[in-house]
Design a protein. Structure first.
Length: 430
């Protein structure tokens, strides 16, 4: 190689990686991975060290930020009830919130460099058509973008799309969703599965007590391209596009079956049983294996699945209840709600370590993300723990945000974007 290219090529690759977009839940392919970002390991909210900006965001939302270029997109639901809130923590109650007041469902765009609000749109205003869990919000689903359209899914309130400047494009009402406890149908917990974009399709997974379905809409018009009925219980995981060697598959996590579909037609290709009765984590993949997990006991499985739906390996009672697992550099990391952090060999399932994250007690709902060998774990108590990736567990830092964290951070443009209950933070090196 020409000597000058040895210097220039790595710089160009690093620059391209730093500009990587984070277009949907957990970034490209729901992987949670963005290298060459040079993120800080430690920062200090009180002193402002490592904090590039912070922006207050109204309302309640567990949806995650997404990033395209110099823009961050968020959703929120603003209650007319002054004391509206959610109850974080490790507990088993399944009660619905009593907040049935008029809400404003909003889509907000921020400048990723400064945190300044570029635009804000009220997608829908009215009394909620569904209830929510006391730990949930009315805006749980993360938006998605492909650099041309921004798609926000507000469950029973519908789907809303905008261009990057906030101009409305189309809306769709998919009906009222009854999503809650499979064994106590009088409880309602609300929707959480996020939309994804694939080619010219907006794909949404709509599992509920009765009448579950998977549908693809034309991203330009909102018209139905296909709709596949599903014999399923309520679920909360986001579907994933798996680019296999011989075919591309749309993979869904749900209670009766984990399924693979043809994303262009909605035709079911395979199914796998044995999941939990409550499923929330999103499928992930690397190479010729997918990992699908769920945390409801007694099953709480982790499945490593081949493209045909056959099982390469599996673990019982090791699956996470809420956080989506993380694959990175040949290892699989699994974060449980209670703070147990497991590491496995991705190809074989061999356990490498099992450690407890020293959190304050409320546990974890956000999914882990990783950059440049550092794994970021966000707790409901508002602490971001940083763990060294690799076969030896090493806790590098604990960063207190002084505000609860339920949303999964985004990584793009050398910035860790963290959404807490009341703020969005841009964390990066000066």
């Amino acid at each position: 190689m020409i000597p000058q290219l040895r210097i220039v090529l790595p710089l160009l690759l690093a620059s391209a990686a730093a500009a990587q977009n984070w277009p949907s839940f957990r970034g490209p392919g729901a992987s949670g991975v963005a290298d060459h970002q040079n993120l800080p390991v430690a920062w200090n909210v009180s002193k402002g060290t490592g904090i590039a900006w912070k922006t207050a965001v109204p309302g309640l939302a567990h949806s995650s930020p997404i990033v395209w270029g110099d823009r961050i997109f968020l959703t929120t639901a603003v209650s007319s009830k002054p004391d509206a809130g959610f109850r974080r923590g490790l507990y088993g109650e399944g009660d619905a919130s009593d907040d049935q007041s008029v809400q404003q469902w909003k889509v907000i765009c921020l400048n990723s460099k400064t945190g300044a609000v570029l635009w804000e749109r009220v997608a829908y205003q009215g009394t909620p058509k569904e209830k929510r869990h006391i730990k949930a919000t009315y805006a749980n689903a993360t938006p998605a973008t492909d650099g041309e359209v921004v798609v926000a899914f507000f469950g029973s309130q519908g789907i809303y799309t905008y261009d990057l400047n906030g101009n409305p494009l189309w809306t769709r009402d998919l009906g009222r969703f009854d999503v809650g406890a499979y064994d106590l149908p009088e409880y309602e917990w609300g929707t959480a599965s996020s939309p994804i974009l694939y080619r010219d399709l907006v794909i949404v997974q709509c599992d509920q007590q009765k009448g579950s379905f998977l549908t693809a809409l034309d991203r330009k018009t909102g018209k139905t391209v296909w709709r596949t009925e599903r014999d399923e219980l309520p679920s909360w995981g986001t579907p994933t596009i798996y680019p296999g060697k011989t075919r591309t598959e749309l993979v869904t996590n749900a209670s009766n079956f984990i399924r693979g579909y043809d994303p262009m037609s909605g035709k079911e290709l395979w199914r796998l049983g044995g999941s939990s009765k409550i499923t929330a984590p999103t499928p992930i993949y690397s190479g010729d294996l997918m990992v699908v997990a769920s945390g409801r006991r007694p099953e709480a499985p982790i499945f490593a699945i081949r493209a045909d739906g056959s099982v390469a390996w599996q673990k019982a009672q090791r699956g996470p209840y809420m956080p989506t697992p993380l694959f990175y550099r040949g290892l699989l990391y699994v974060l449980g709600n209670a703070g147990i952090f497991d590491c496995y060999d991705f190809k074989t399932g061999r356990e490498i370590y099992r450690e407890r994250i020293p959190h304050q007690g409320s546990g974890f709902s956000a999914s882990p993300v990783v950059s440049d060998g550092k794994i970021y774990l966000s707790s409901e108590d508002g602490d971001v723990f940083v763990v060294q990736a690799g076969e030896r567990f090493e806790l590098l830092a604990k960063n207190s945000m002084n505000d609860p964290i339920m949303a999964t951070p985004a990584i793009s443009g050398g910035t860790l974007t963290v959404r807490t209950e009341h703020q969005v933070w841009g964390i990066r090196r000066k």
